[in-house]
Design a protein around this ligand. Structure first.
Ligand code: GUN
Length: 260
């Protein structure tokens, strides 16, 4: 066939340090890429590397033609500025949707970001697919991390509160029709924090190791919450897989745009 150069989408993943949870998340992302034909390339840097070294790798990936999307696995070691590093990722390759230009456009009504954060997109998709009407509901988001779920929830709800820094978050969560938890503290959300009939999206995924071995645990005490909630996402197996599929989607979109 004439001109049949095979162009595969490419994802560059950066891991700084040896956090077990990050290694495990990257393993899952790499496997998912393989399954759909995305070429992934992981760059490992040591825990004690300098910000300059990380920025050099980001710059290399920004310039590499075969890499259409870049993911810097977070959290980074505390001596590195997540903000400086995320800002250095080329907006057109920011498949995580964390670059301030993408976040800014997402936050502005009527503007389209190039990429929407995968976890937020996954969360909204789960609600849509379960037939949960979001508009007009009171949505509460707990947690203020970089996955910025709240931006998308704000965009889709008429009433929203965030209680990441509250002393008594349960006073706010008890009013929620939809509760999204993205804190990273296992079993933080108890049954008495919930209004009967609430829809609970548990975005937490903390690697817990005890005498029974290692497993990923959510923010919500599932056994208690299931008695109150009308719908609840489990951990593992809830929003995690759909979040990964959004990453694959964003990477394919980035590749399509690069070849347009
Ligand atoms: N660490 C935990 N979740 C995420 C994510 O969605 N993106 C990145 N880059 N790091 C993460």
């Amino acid at each position: 066939m004439k001109n049949s150069i095979k162009k595969s989408p490419g994802l560059g993943i950066m891991l700084v340090g040896k956090r077990k949870d990050s290694q495990s998340f990257i393993h899952i992302k790499k496997k998912a890429c393989e399954e759909v034909g995305i070429i992934s390339e992981v760059v490992d840097l040591p825990e004690d590397c300098t910000e300059g070294e990380v920025l050099d790798v980001v710059s290399e990936l920004n310039h590499k033609e075969s890499v259409h999307g870049i993911l810097v696995q977070l959290p980074l070691p505390s001596h590195l500025s997540e903000q400086n590093i995320i800002n250095a990722v080329k907006v057109e390759k920011d498949v995580d949707g964390f670059h301030p230009v993408n976040i800014g456009n997402l936050a502005m009504m009527g503007r389209e970001p190039l990429f929407t954060p995968c976890a937020s997109k996954g969360c909204i998709e789960v609600l849509h697919r379960c037939g949960v009407e979001i508009m007009g509901k009171k949505a509460v988001v707990i947690g203020t991390n970089y996955r910025i779920t709240h931006f998308l929830v704000i965009a889709e709800t008429s009433c929203y509160s965030e209680c990441g820094t509250c002393i008594h978050p349960e006073e706010i969560t008890r009013e929620a029709d939809i509760l999204v938890s993205d804190v990273g503290v296992p079993n933080l959300v108890r049954g008495h924090w919930l209004k009967p009939g609430v829809v609970v999206i548990d975005m937490g995924s903390t690697l817990v190791t005890d005498s029974k071995g290692s497993r990923v645990t959510g923010d919500v005490c599932y056994e208690e919450a299931i008695l109150k909630a009308s719908l609840i996402t489990p951990v593992p197996g809830g929003v995690g897989p759909i979040t990964i599929s959004m990453l694959l989607y964003n990477t394919v979109e980035a590749a399509k745009r690069a070849y347009q």
